[in-house]
Design a protein around this ligand. Structure first.
Ligand SMILES: [Zn+2]
Ligand SMILES: [Zn+2]
Length: 355
């Protein structure tokens, strides 16, 4: 038994009566087991973390005492590592890389992450599906699926959860079709899942700003992929407008999504059993997450015409006004430039044709 000093008080109360697994991406500074204190401190019922430094290819493996402490604290504070923890893979892992050498390096880091999950007893692992870069997109999907199949064979229980993307460049998973195509190629479908990020979905062009639109999005997800694959939600507002293809997270209610969609999510039957993870920008102050979790719990049971809700929605909308204006201008500029470039191309085509 490792003796540890266990803190007795935390900044935010953890509400076990919430119908949802609200949580946030938290720091593991000082050791992986510190994640559990940090989760308790913000009153989280679920949490995400990095399994190793997301900026390095290789990190030393955990010490045995640290692993034991992690297990003890999960039990002590009632976090089920199979269902309540959704680690986030390193950003540079690209399993769809058309360069075989780089693909192999990515796979090595990916497997290392999955093994870390299994050592810690963690049942879910979320990662970015990567990019086809300058290669063929369909081929990249095949490469990605091959690597997921191999990873499932090389590990024993962790579920590999594919996150949807915001759609810039040649990113895989910016539309649901990509994710469906990959899952179709997975042999053991019990070991694969999907995480939907609200900011990424919106930035990729899925309008989810009202209950009707969000329901339609989930219906589309259900028909194309299947609700049973939904294994997590990343909860972020979006600093950039609809379809801007920018991965710019904003605090809840201050971005182009607005507070209504988070009220809808905090009352959505279909999301009751998955970790719902905040990745909103908090700087160095994690207590912002504590406040946002409290906000989400407050939204449970609120109706769209509730006066307090309307006041809160307007207050947060105002706070984000400057950021939204700035991003809207940037987006409109980009659209204008794109149109101009396209017009230019049309003209050269016409000139070529007439020659
Ligand atoms: Zn992510
Ligand atoms: Zn993001």
């Amino acid at each position: 038994m490792v003796k540890t000093k266990i803190p007795t008080s935390f900044k935010f109360d953890r509400i076990k009566t919430s119908n949802y697994n609200f949580g946030a991406h938290i720091s593991t500074a000082g050791g992986i087991s510190n994640a559990i204190y940090n989760a308790m401190d913000i009153g989280a019922n679920s949490f995400a973390l990095f399994l190793k430094s997301p900026r390095k290819w290789v990190s030393p493996m955990y010490k045995d005492e640290e692993v034991e402490k992690f297990h003890q604290l999960c039990e002590k504070f009632n976090y089920n590592p199979k269902t309540d923890i959704l680690p986030h893979g390193s950003y540079f892992i690209n399993l769809g890389n058309p360069d075989p050498e780089k693909e192999a390096k990515a796979y090595e880091s990916f497997i290392d992450d999955l093994k870390r999950c299994e050592i810690l007893g963690i049942g879910l692992y979320n990662f970015h599906p990567g990019s086809s870069l300058d290669g063929d997109h369909k081929e990249s999907l095949v490469t990605l699926a091959k690597n997921i199949n191999n990873a499932i064979k090389d590990t024993s229980f962790v579920k590999i959860v594919i996150e949807n993307m915001a759609g810039h460049g040649n990113l895989i998973g910016s539309n649901l079709q990509d994710i469906k195509d990959v899952i179709d190629m997975i042999e053991n479908k019990d070991r694969v899942g999907v995480c939907l990020d609200t900011c990424h979905s919106f930035a990729a062009g899925y309008d989810i700003t009202t209950k009707e639109k969000f329901d339609a999005f989930l219906d589309e997800f259900d028909q194309l992929i299947g609700m049973k694959y939904l294994s997590g939600i990343h909860l972020n507002d979006s600093k950039a407008p609809l379809g801007a293809n920018r991965d710019l997270h904003q605090k809840l209610g201050q971005g182009f999504l607005g507070l209504e969609i988070f009220r809808v999510i905090a009352n959505c039957e279909k999301l009751k059993n998955v970790p719902i993870i905040l990745e909103t920008p908090v700087g160095k102050d994690d207590s912002v997450y504590g406040e946002e979790i409290k906000l989400l719990e407050w939204l449970e049971g609120k109706s769209i015409d509730d006066e307090e809700f309307i006041a809160k929605k307007e207050e947060l909308w105002k706070l984000g006004e400057k950021d939204r204006k700035e991003q809207l201008e940037k987006f409109e500029d980009k659209v204008k430039k794109k149109r101009k470039a396209e017009k230019g191309q049309d003209i050269t085509k016409i000139i070529k044709k007439t020659k």
